[in-house]
Unconditional design. Structure first.
Length: 747
């Protein structure tokens, strides 16, 4: 079992305890949206025999019969039968796979043992704590149940520090056969230690040892050994600390008497005796003053805020209860508690966590309360609790704050977020969850079995193939590709081979991120993915295709128009307006034709990312050459009045589109693409006139005027190169004109 494992509607969060064969986990109740504790025991450690069912096994050699499956089930039945407000309640019991489990209330404040470590307890407070425990223990004794393991670690505390008697795993029914040495040695009664028959008075002895521990701060000992062992061996008297009043010491001596008949006969009786002793030794109380009626509006407002806070804290119970802190109430409380020092408000750790939980819920003063909690474990725990909010924005805020925080060991964040994504109705939250999983994953440049686990990777594959929102599906598929999960990819491959269109679309997104799909994917699937992706890349963003074609047409129109204007010079006897008209007509007509070849060369080279760079450059170069040669053939036939030789024209056009195809296949930067296109045009126009191997020039230039020809070729090369990529130049200029946004620090 691990964090994120699901038992019915309970999702495991983390292990919080381990003892004997049983483990205790915190878990989230998805139905009632609260934190619970789940105690589990694995059946595999018991020799239950083939075909055995719940509770039919025997314990392994050397293990107590009280920890076998029968006893685990009996513990749940005992607690369920003992209806007392201070006995830890059981919510559910059952079997999951090879484990039995008991679902209980989650105790946010730990145990009496934890409390004793953090602060000394006054005698009066010991009485207050032990009274409800005594009542709970006496109820168990009325039902003939002997606990056999009364100790400070088995008295649990909720967020308000109310005590609960817990762990009936070693309990027995009065009169049944018992075993020696079962329990915790330093609390054991003499008869329990010796393996003699016991009754409820054995628990009362342990109860007395617990009272001693709370009053003194430690269990009694002598010569480095537990005192109860020396009591049995030497009849050693109970060591009483200096300064303890005789009346209190007398209660402790009677509670831990060697003979059961000499002890108190009920737990309540022992606590009442302790109360009398404590009261007898208490300082005289000061005269009670009649409180003055408060009329100051400021004080009344503060008291109202404190009352709202107190009630919200009691309901929430540090995650064990239901979160009920409405936005208006929280903002009112926050107006005081955010300035706690100014108002002389003392905030406990639980109170801090409540304010952070409310800030995540309502998005108010969030960064302040996030910074107030310094403990990473507390931050993480509250944010994980906020994932259960009914409000999508609250869940989104929780995911955003979990993205960079340190995780527990074993990790809890990925599996909790994956479970949220699996059931999340809001696409924005699902998308944020996928981004979180990608940020928290370990990068890999090679295919690996899983990114996190088969459970999480399987959920990602499901999102990639079947999420209702295309953006979420695409993000999940691209994450699978970038982080190289073989398991998720295999799931998608199997589904696609079986005809699942969603999985096929996911593989297209995966293939768009990587050079090739692994050979583990069926060859026909890989082929269809490659062809579909190539077509999709070519036709993506049709509006940009229109602008690219228009810009290429404008560039080639300027080339042909400029040449036509110079060709119809004054010697032809044409007026200026006629020359301009001819240039515009020629540029418009033949620019559409020649520009199409340039357009194809640039777009095929730039868009076909499914191909390797050499492959898409070669394809763009060949197609661009053929289309441009066809366009120039039409131009020469109908404008110049002659039919060019195909071999020479192909060679010229091969050079003409070279810069567009090569540079566009390598970069998207408009400056480099423009430069590449300009060089190609320059070489094609100029060298076609100069080289003897070229039968006809691409454009007829001046005879013998090398400088003039070079200048003209250079100018039209620059014009064509820049105008072809005019959309990119416009976008680049707009980006430069925008103000730089202020830098933001990561959460």
């Amino acid at each position: 079992m691990e964090p994120g494992y699901r038992i019915e509607h309970y999702v495991i969060v983390e292990k919080i305890g381990q003892g004997g064969q049983a483990a205790v986990w915190s878990a989230h109740d998805e139905r009632l949206k609260r934190t619970v504790a789940i105690k589990t025991i694995s059946l595999s450690q018991f020799n239950t025999g083939e075909g055995s069912t719940l509770g039919s096994g025997t314990a392994p050699a050397g293990a107590s019969m009280l920890t076998n499956p029968d006893r685990f089930r009996e513990e749940a039945e005992i607690i369920a039968a003992l209806e007392h407000p201070n006995i830890l309640p059981v919510y559910a019991f059952g079997q999951d796979s090879d484990s039995l489990y008991i679902v209980m209330r989650y105790m946010a404040a730990g145990s009496l043992k934890d409390l004793l470590k953090s602060e000394p307890l006054t005698p009066a407070r010991v009485v207050t704590i032990m009274e409800p425990v005594a009542s709970a223990l006496d109820l168990a004794h009325q039902y003939q149940i002997i606990h056999r393991d009364i100790k400070s670690a088995n008295i649990l505390l909720d967020a308000q520090l109310h005590p609960y008697l817990a762990d009936f795993g070693l309990s027995m029914t009065k009169g049944t056969q018992t075993e020696g040495g079962v329990g915790t040695l330093v609390y054991m009664s003499p008869e329990q230690m010796m393996g003699d028959p016991i009754d409820q008075r054995s628990d009362l002895y342990s109860f007395g040892m617990l009272m001693y521990e709370l009053l003194v701060g430690e269990l009694p000992s002598a010569d480095g050994q537990p005192w109860n062992m020396l009591q049995v061996m030497r009849n050693m008297p109970l060591p009483i600390p200096d300064g303890m009043p005789d009346s209190i010491a007398s209660v402790l001596r009677r509670s831990t008497a060697l003979a059961p008949d000499d002890r108190f006969q009920t737990a309540v009786e022992s606590v009442e005796a302790l109360r009398e002793a404590v009261t007898e030794n208490a300082q005289p109380a000061a005269a009670v003053e009649v409180p003055v009626e408060i009329t100051d509006p400021t004080v009344l407002a503060l008291m109202e805020a404190q009352d709202l806070f107190r009630r919200a804290q009691e309901r929430w119970s540090d995650g064990a209860g239901r979160f009920r802190f409405e936005a208006g109430d929280f903002k009112y409380v926050d107006s005081y508690y955010a300035d706690a020092d100014d108002w002389n408000i003392q905030l406990t750790d639980v109170g801090m966590r409540l304010m952070l939980r409310a800030a995540l819920e309502h998005g108010h003063d969030l960064e302040y309360w996030w910074e107030q909690i310094k403990d990473t474990d507390d931050r993480r725990a509250v944010a994980l609790q906020a994932l259960t909010s009914d409000l999508a924005p609250a869940r989104l805020r929780a995911i955003e704050h979990l993205a960079y925080i340190q995780d527990s060991t074993p990790p809890a964040i990925p599996i909790r977020v994956a479970n949220v994504i699996d059931a999340e109705p809001d696409a924005t939250v699902r998308l944020a969850g996928i981004h979180l999983l990608e940020r928290r994953a370990t990068p890999s440049s090679a295919w690996r079995s899983v990114i996190y686990s088969e459970l999480i990777d399987g959920k990602l594959a499901t999102r990639a193939a079947h999420d209702s929102d295309p953006a979420v599906a695409e993000a999940a598929a691209r994450m699978v590709a970038r982080l190289h999960s073989s398991y998720a990819l295999a799931q998608l491959g199997k589904q696609a081979a079986a005809g699942d269109n969603g999985a096929f679309s996911a593989l297209i997104n995966v293939r768009d991120e990587i050079p090739a799909l692994p050979t583990s994917i069926a060859s026909d699937v890989r082929r269809r993915v490659f062809l579909t992706l190539s077509w999709r890349q070519l036709l993506a963003d049709p509006l940009s295709l229109v602008w690219r074609y228009l810009s290429a047409t404008l560039a080639c129109g300027a080339l042909i128009g400029g040449y036509a204007y110079l060709a119809f010079n004054d010697q032809n006897g044409l007026l200026f307006s006629q020359r301009v008209g001819n240039a515009l007509a020629a540029g418009a007509l033949y620019g559409l034709l020649i520009g199409f070849g340039v357009f194809v060369a640039t777009e095929v080279a730039a868009r076909l990312r499914a191909w390797s760079a050499p492959g898409r450059i070669a394809l763009a170069w060949i197609i661009g050459t053929l289309l441009t040669a066809a366009a120039f053939s039409v131009y020469d036939r109908y404008f110049n009045g002659y039919i060019p030789l195909s071999q020479g024209l192909l060679m010229d056009c091969f050079v003409f589109v070279a810069g567009f195809a090569i540079v566009s296949g390598l970069t998207h930067r408009p400056s480099l693409r423009s430069l590449g296109g300009a060089i190609g045009v320059l070489l094609a126009v100029y060298l076609s006139k100069q080289l003897p191997s070229s039968p006809e020039p691409l454009l007829y230039l001046w005879d013998g005027a090398d400088t003039q020809n070079l200048t003209f070729s250079l100018i039209i090369g620059i014009i064509v190169g820049v105008l072809t990529f005019l959309p990119e130049w416009v976008s680049a200029i707009r980006r430069l004109a925008q103000p730089t946004p202020p830098s933001q620090s990561a959460t």
